[in-house]
Design a protein around this ligand. Structure first.
Ligand SMILES: CC(C)(COP(=O)(O)OP(=O)(O)OC[C@H]1O[C@@H](n2cnc3c(N)ncnc32)[C@H](O)[C@@H]1OP(=O)(O)O)[C@@H](O)C(=O)NCCC(=O)NCCS
Length: 150
C-alpha cells in the first residue's frame, strides 16, 4: 500500500542511512563514492525523502564553488519499491528550482555507462547525454556525462 512521502532538506546526520542504502539500492558497490564530507558540507543543497518505512530517496548535490553557473548532482537514489513513481523526478525538480533561484544556469552529473536506468532517467529530464568518455574518472573509469541548461 502506498504511503505518504515527505521531502526535506538533508542533514549531516542522514549520512549513515544514505550510506546503508547505497549498495543495496544500486545493486553494486557504490557507497565508497559517498564519504561523510558530502553530507557534512553539502547537506544544505541535498534532499532526503522519507515514508513510514524510513528512507525513500535522496539527492546529494551542490552549487559548484568553482563554476559559478553550474550545479552538480553527485548521487540520486530511490528505494526499489518506489521506483517509477516520479520520486527522483520530484527530487531533481526541487533541486533545480533552488539552483535556478540561486542564479545557476546549468546542471551537470555523470554516471557509469552500465547504469542504463540513470541514462534513461536523465534523458527523460532533458539532459544532453554524451559518452562513454574513456578514462573520464581515471584509468578504466569511463563515464556518461549529463548536461542541462536551466
Ligand atoms: C535512476 C533512479 C534514481 C530513477 O528514480 P525513479 O524515482 O524511479 O525515477 P522517476 O520515477 O522519477 O522516473 C522519471 C522518468 O525517468 C525515466 N526512467 C526512470 N527509470 C527508468 C528505467 N529504469 N528505465 C527507463 N527509463 C527510466 C522514465 O522516463 C521515467 O518516467 P516514466 O516512469 O513516466 O516513464 C532509480 O532507478 C535508482 O535509484 N536507481 C539506482 C541508483 C542510481 O542508479 N542512481 C542514478 C545514478 S547517481
Amino acid at each position: 500500500m502506498s504511503d505518504a512521502i515527505r521531502t526535506r532538506g538533508a542533514l549531516p546526520g542522514d549520512h549513515a542511512a544514505i550510506l546503508a542504502a547505497a549498495d543495496p539500492w544500486w545493486g553494486r558497490s557504490i557507497a565508497h563514492i559517498l564519504p561523510r564530507l558530502f553530507l557534512d558540507h553539502f547537506h544544505a543543497t541535498s534532499l532526503v525523502a522519507e515514508d513510514r518505512s524510513g528512507l525513500a530517496g535522496f539527492l546529494v548535490g551542490f552549487d559548484s564553488p568553482s563554476l559559478p553557473d553550474t550545479s552538480y548532482v553527485h548521487m540520486v537514489g530511490v528505494r526499489p519499491d518506489l521506483r517509477r513513481t516520479g520520486l527522483a523526478r520530484g527530487l531533481y525538480g526541487r533541486f533545480l528550482d533552488r539552483a535556478r533561484a540561486a542564479g545557476r544556469t546549468r546542471a551537470r552529473a555523470v554516471t557509469s555507462p552500465v547504469n542504463v536506468a540513470s541514462v534513461a532517467f536523465h534523458r527523460s529530464l532533458g539532459f544532453a547525454v554524451t559518452g562513454p568518455h574513456p578514462g573520464y574518472d581515471g584509468p578504466g573509469a569511463d563515464r556518461m556525462v549529463f548536461d542541462l541548461r536551466l
